[in-house]
Design a protein around this ligand. Structure first.
Ligand SMILES: [Zn+2]
Length: 499
């Protein structure tokens, strides 16, 4: 006789008792493992039912009967007769020590017809449900805003919630024999929570995969319906992720005095130059246009990943874009900030350090005027074409309404760049940069370093240093956003810093 073992894919056999739930009763019954099959004594499983058990003289078969229904089992056979029909079982039946041991997985197939009850086996929690058993239902609901994600695990009746936290994960166990869960998995963007899911197991575990912006957890329970609330908070940056697509979203209440929103959600980054217009040239042949594009991409990634800010580039390849168009792109995106990136050049090879500019009609000094001209600035005529006062012409520029905030932005950017390089930087300056004129939001032009200085040129082409610059600018934007909220009187709002 050849015996064929069918290897079932799944958990290794366990001797852990199974749980039988039936109309308010809970019983644990012992499991015997033999030849890799988990079995239980059928008579024990049927405790409480007036089942008639009749075995043949040789103990090679047995009949279990109840109210005219019957099943017949055979020693060492993986077949059973259920109400006269032959049924294949998941393993062989054994008669040992006076017990009829039947494969656990086949219990529903045998008990259901015998008892006339709906019967089901839940392998993950090792629970056999017999008849109409009330099982709590649980589900997860997710509410995400900019700096907090709320995961609410709601149950149909009072159940224990056990929360445990690992560095990158939260687990919520509901240690009940059986629950029904109407939730599988949901992925989130925004960096606080990456995924919420139900993984089940013995303790019915919901999990929350934490993202890089997660900082702390507040968990509490509420009633009506019973639920656990997990509040996962981002660090107190006071920034909100942008809406999925650029759209008009300036609200009355959040309008700052310069007409912009208090929060920074969208930033447009302008990689200076491009195409035939290569910008400044380093002594070792580095083009400014390549450095600015590479930097802009890194800054975009840093803003998105670390601050949840939506960031766009005025160009994402090596192409010429007119100066006025660049500000126009920022206006189209309804950007909250516009930052034009450049690398400086000087006839003096020793010139070094960062400079940050915001727009003015007159340059701070001759050097600033020279830089502005180099970057495609424009010379203001002494008088406007129609002979009117130039101050009025300046007032017509889109940027004019934002000069104060632009000055604040420039300071924050320079402070962080100086912090990163360890030198004081060359200061915040003003000059008539054409690229800034049409920007209808706070705007600054950053000369990150001197590409004309061989040492700084070396740094400007290094990935590592570019990342440092992107980080410094990201910190500068975060700092600016923080200070702007305070200036606009939102420092005490609930959405802000907890510290
Ligand atoms: Zn430039």
């Amino acid at each position: 006789m050849i015996s064929i073992h069918v290897a079932l894919v799944g958990a290794a056999p366990s001797t852990r008792p199974i749980v039988i739930l039936q109309e308010g009763l809970r019983r644990e019954i012992a499991v015997v493992v033999q030849d890799g099959v988990e079995r239980v004594d059928l008579q024990t499983a049927l405790q409480g039912y007036a089942v008639a058990i009749v075995s043949d003289a040789a103990r090679s078969s047995v009949t279990f009967a109840l109210q005219g229904r019957e099943i017949m089992l055979y020693h060492r056979k993986n077949l059973a007769s259920v109400q006269g029909d032959l049924r294949l079982l998941s393993g062989t039946v054994l008669f040992e020590g006076g017990q009829w041991l039947v494969p656990v997985e086949s219990l529903p197939r045998l008990l259901g017809p015998l008892l006339g009850l709906a019967t089901s086996w839940r392998a993950d929690t090792r629970v056999l449900l017999m008849g109409d058993v009330r099982i709590p239902r649980a589900t997860a609901k997710i509410f995400a805003s900019a700096d907090v994600v709320r995961v609410v695990i709601e149950a149909s009746e009072k159940v224990p919630f056990q929360v445990s936290q690992a560095p990158d994960r939260l687990a919520v166990a509901i240690p009940r024999d059986a629950i029904d869960v109407g939730f599988t998995q949901e992925r989130l963007t925004g960096g606080i929570v990456e995924e919420v899911g139900f993984e089940g197991g013995k303790d019915n575990v919901f999990y929350v995969k934490l993202g890089p912006r997660f900082e702390n957890l507040r968990a509490y329970e509420l009633d009506g319906p019973p639920r656990l609330v997990l509040e996962l908070q981002a660090p107190p940056i006071e920034l909100r992720p942008a809406p999925p697509a650029p759209s008009p979203r300036r609200s009355e209440t959040m309008d700052g005095k310069d007409g912009g929103t208090a929060e920074v959600r969208v930033v447009v980054i302008d990689p200076g130059h491009g195409g035939d217009e290569v910008g400044a040239l380093g002594p070792n042949g580095t083009f400014e246009k390549d450095v600015t594009l590479s930097l802009a991409r890194k800054l975009r990634a840093a803003l998105t990943n670390r601050l949840g800010i939506q960031a766009f580039l005025t160009r994402d390849r090596d192409e010429y874009v007119a100066l006025d168009t660049r500000a126009g792109i920022a206006n189209n995106y309804k950007a909250d900030l516009f930052i034009s990136l450049h690398a400086n050049a000087s006839r003096s090879h020793g010139a070094r350090g960062s400079e940050v500019y915001f727009l003015s009609y007159q340059a701070t000094d001759d050097e600033s005027r020279r830089v502005a001209l180099l970057e495609g600035g424009f010379e203001m005529p002494e008088r406007a074409p129609d002979g009117s006062d130039l101050a009025l012409v300046l007032w017509d520029m889109a940027q004019a309404a934002h000069l104060e905030e632009s000055s604040n932005l420039a300071s924050c950017l320079l402070d962080e760049l100086s912090e990163m390089t360890g030198d004081a930087g060359r200061g915040v300056k003003q000059a008539p940069f054409r690229v800034l004129v049409g920007a209808a939001m706070p705007a600054a032009l950053v000369e990150v370093a001197f590409i004309s200085n061989p040492e700084e040129e070396q740094l400007l082409v290094s990935e590592e240093h570019q990342n440092k610059i992107a980080t410094a600018l990201t910190r500068g934007i975060a700092r600016y956003a923080r200070e702007r909220l305070k200036r606009m009187g939102y420092a005490s709002s609930g959405a802000l810093s907890k510290r």
